[in-house]
Design a protein around this ligand. Structure first.
Ligand SMILES: [Zn+2]
Length: 257
C-alpha cells in the first residue's frame, strides 16, 4: 500500500456523514445513479452512487424520491460528490399509497430545489420539510401542510411577504386591506390607488398568515382555519410564488384558487 497516497486521500477527501432528502434522481450509465439531495449539514448537493444497481452492500436504500436517508460521502470542489454509503431512515409510505400527499411532497421538494442554492445548509428549512413530511405521514391534511410549508419556507429563505403593515406607507391597517403581488405585501386603502395589481384580502386571512409566519409548527398544526380563509391564503401564496419565484406548482386539489 502506498501510505503517502492513502494519507493524502484521507486529508483531502475527508469522509463525511449526513442526513438528506432525495430531491431528484436519474440513472447514469448501466449501474449508477446521480441524485440531488437536500442534506442537513451541507445543503443541496449532487451525488453519484457508483454501482448502485450492482451487488454493493453499501447502498441498502432504494433511494426513492423524497425519502430521508443517511449518506456517507466525500465532499470535493467538483460539482458531483462521490457517495460511498446510503441507508434508508424513513421511507414515508404515503408516497406510494396516497397520490395527493405524494404530489404535495413533490411540490415542496420542487420549491426547495428551485430556490435553495447548492452547498448552502439551512437547518430551518431542512427541519420544516421533515416536519411537513411527518405531518403528512400521520395522515393529516395535505392542503394545510402545503400552505404552512410555503409560508414558513418564504420566511426562512428571504422572500418573506409583508403582512404586518402597509408595505407602501408603513401604517397599521385598520380598515380595508389589499394585497399587492408586485410589492409582496399588504396595502392600506389610502395607498391602494397607487398600485394596479391589488386584490382585496380579509383581516382573518392576514391574521392567519401573520400567525403562521411567527408561531412554532406544533401550535400552527392546531389552528382552526375555515375553508374560505384557506382559499384566500392559497390564492395569495400562489400569486406571490408565480411573480417572485416563477414557481407555479399547486397540488391538484388546490388548483381551483
Ligand atoms: Zn398605506
Amino acid at each position: 500500500m502506498n501510505w503517502l497516497a492513502e494519507f493524502l486521500k484521507i486529508k483531502f477527501y475527508m469522509v463525511t456523514k449526513d442526513h438528506g432528502f432525495v430531491l431528484t434522481r436519474h440513472n447514469f450509465r448501466e449501474t449508477s445513479v446521480i441524485a440531488q439531495i437536500f442534506t442537513l449539514a451541507h445543503g443541496k448537493i449532487t451525488g453519484i452512487f457508483k454501482g448502485f444497481y450492482g451487488i454493493k452492500k453499501e447502498f441498502s436504500t432504494p433511494l426513492n424520491l423524497y425519502t430521508l436517508n443517511e449518506f456517507v460521502f466525500y465532499p470535493k470542489k467538483s460539482e458531483i460528490w462521490l457517495m460511498s454509503f446510503a441507508d434508508i431512515i424513513k421511507d414515508y409510505s404515503f408516497l406510494r399509497l396516497d397520490f395527493e400527499k405524494a404530489h404535495t411532497a413533490a411540490a415542496m421538494a420542487h420549491l426547495i430545489n428551485k430556490v435553495m442554492p447548492g452547498w448552502d445548509p439551512n437547518k430551518e428549512i431542512f427541519g420544516l420539510y421533515k416536519a411537513c413530511m411527518d405531518y403528512l405521514d400521520k395522515g393529516k391534511d395535505s392542503q394545510r401542510a402545503y400552505y404552512v410549508f410555503i409560508i414558513k419556507f418564504l420566511t426562512e429563505s428571504g422572500f418573506k411577504p409583508e403582512f404586518n403593515r402597509c408595505i407602501s406607507c408603513g401604517e397599521e391597517i385598520s380598515k380595508n386591506a389589499f394585497f399587492s403581488v408586485k410589492k409582496g405585501g399588504i396595502i392600506c386603502d389610502k395607498c391602494v390607488n397607487v398600485y394596479g395589481d391589488v386584490r382585496r384580502i380579509s383581516h382573518q386571512a392576514i391574521a392567519c398568515l401573520r400567525y403562521i409566519q411567527k408561531a412554532d409548527l406544533d401550535t400552527v398544526w392546531r389552528l382552526n382555519i375555515n375553508y374560505a380563509c384557506e382559499e384566500e391564503i392559497l390564492f395569495v401564496l400562489r400569486q406571490f410564488l408565480v411573480y417572485h419565484i416563477d414557481f407555479d406548482i399547486m397540488p391538484e386539489r388546490f388548483c381551483k384558487v
